[in-house]
Write a protein that binds this ligand. Structure first.
Ligand SMILES: [Fe+2]
Length: 150
């Protein structure tokens, strides 16, 4: 079976903890994709999309906590973007429950959205936080430890 998306080094934010979470998200999208392409049972598809939904919520919550901590100036816009993605997953889950299938279109949307979000919106906060944490100050070391930066 072929996956819909693969991790690339260009997606890295140079923050190992966040990169690891993004990799899990891509993996979960691949799992849902393979479930749809492989026509597995609806129960299994529901289980997988719920896994994606839950992980997305916890990842976004972690990111938003971090953005608050660094007093990110574009916090509100970033949070809004997260909400749109979460709503789309919820809508697709509702569609699956009502009509018994997920669409490949929807998976393309999720994949494209996530990659664009990482490359655009997330890279912006990564750059901002680098400015805040690059110093050898105590705060800098604290954030580095928090994010698992080397
Ligand atoms: Fe984000």
């Amino acid at each position: 079976m072929e996956n819909i998306v693969a991790w690339q080094d260009a997606y890295s934010l140079e923050m190992p903890e966040i990169d690891a979470q993004h990799k899990v998200l891509l993996d979960l999208i691949n799992q849902v994709w393979n479930a749809v392409v492989g026509r597995v049972s609806i129960e299994k598809q529901i289980e997988l999309i719920e896994k994606l939904e839950h992980y997305t919520l916890s990842h976004f919550a972690a990111e938003e906590t971090f953005l608050r901590t660094i007093q990110y100036p574009e916090f509100d816009e970033h949070k809004k973007a997260h909400e749109i993605f979460v709503q789309r997953i919820a809508a697709e889950k509702a569609n699956l429950l009502a009509n018994g299938h997920l669409t490949l279109d929807m998976l393309h949307f999720l994949k494209d959205w996530l990659i664009n979000h990482i490359l655009g919106t997330d890279k912006k906060y990564a750059q901002f936080s680098q400015g805040k944490t690059s110093s050898s100050s105590f705060v800098g070391r604290f954030f580095s430890a928090l994010l698992g930066k080397r």
